[in-house]
Design a protein around this ligand. Sequence first.
Ligand code: KG4
Ligand code: ZN
Length: 317
Amino acid sequence: MLSSVVHSQVQVHHPYGGVVPELASREHLGKISTIVNEALDQASITQKDLDGIAVTVGPGLIGSLLVGLYFAKAFAYVLNIPYVGINHLEGHILSIFLEERTPPLPFVVLTVSGGHTALYHVEQIGHYTPMGQTLDDAAGEAFDKVAKVLGLGYPGGVVIENLARSGNKDRIRFPRAYLGSDALDFSFSGLKTAVALYVKKWRESEPKEVSMADIAASFQEAVIDVLARKAIAAAEKSKVGSVVVAGGVACNQALRDRVKDLASQCGMALYYPRPAFCTDNGAMIALAGYHRISRGERADLSLDVKSRYPVEDIPPL
Ligand code: KG4
Ligand code: ZN
């Protein structure tokens, strides 16, 4: 990897407590040329050194996807080089390969972010079998919503994690949705509602015996408990020796520690990308594109964006 430049929009969306689609696409439009030039500068290369371009085509917000796709099309056309459309989730699944220590194939990956919570069996690069997914909210979304209810701002993951450090995770037993003894799907909306109801009562109670940190820690524990157990269960079910945890929520140290504990108890190896490769970044998309372009995949100019783009629909390699 020669460079990885990320322009965070957190400050733009912060006052609204979540991503505002219109503002997101405008921000993309305003920044995309600068970011691409910065990535070339940091890599000490010029446009002429590029052999191909990878661009996210979905799933995601249409406006933002369109900005990226049309920029990539024009760029590839002018430079007369190939380009390919990448599924955002394939980027998260392969992000571990940006690290030096990589898992042997096959492995199981838990991708946990603001928009997705899913388990995949990775047979080889380009071959992903879904094993379970969330039936309602994503884990990151639950972190963001609980942070909002507690008045902690957006995005919520880091704030909740920091607050949870000084809280007692066993203070409140929030519900865990296991959905059956060997189910690998997830559900976080019940937990989110339970926390919201608890916080409402807690605000009215005086004196307060439970601290806000206790609520954050108990909520985080409920999420981690389910994520870690299901990730290990998926690895056991598919008889692989390696588990990867990726996506924005994989920055959470408590989650990393829990999966690591469970994995070592079962004799499995755990791999996770560094935090900068867990949250959304261009390098993971470039990596997926590298594999596709070098195996001959090419997109023509009719390629379009997809707001919904299940992993099952990714073309096999
Ligand atoms: O992968 P990502 O950058 O974007 C999506 O594709 O959604 O993930 C962002 C999500 C947000 O919901 C954010 O609250 C969560 O990841 N997140 C965390 C932490 N850092 C980011 N959740 C829990 N603990 C963290 N330390
Ligand atoms: Zn993402």
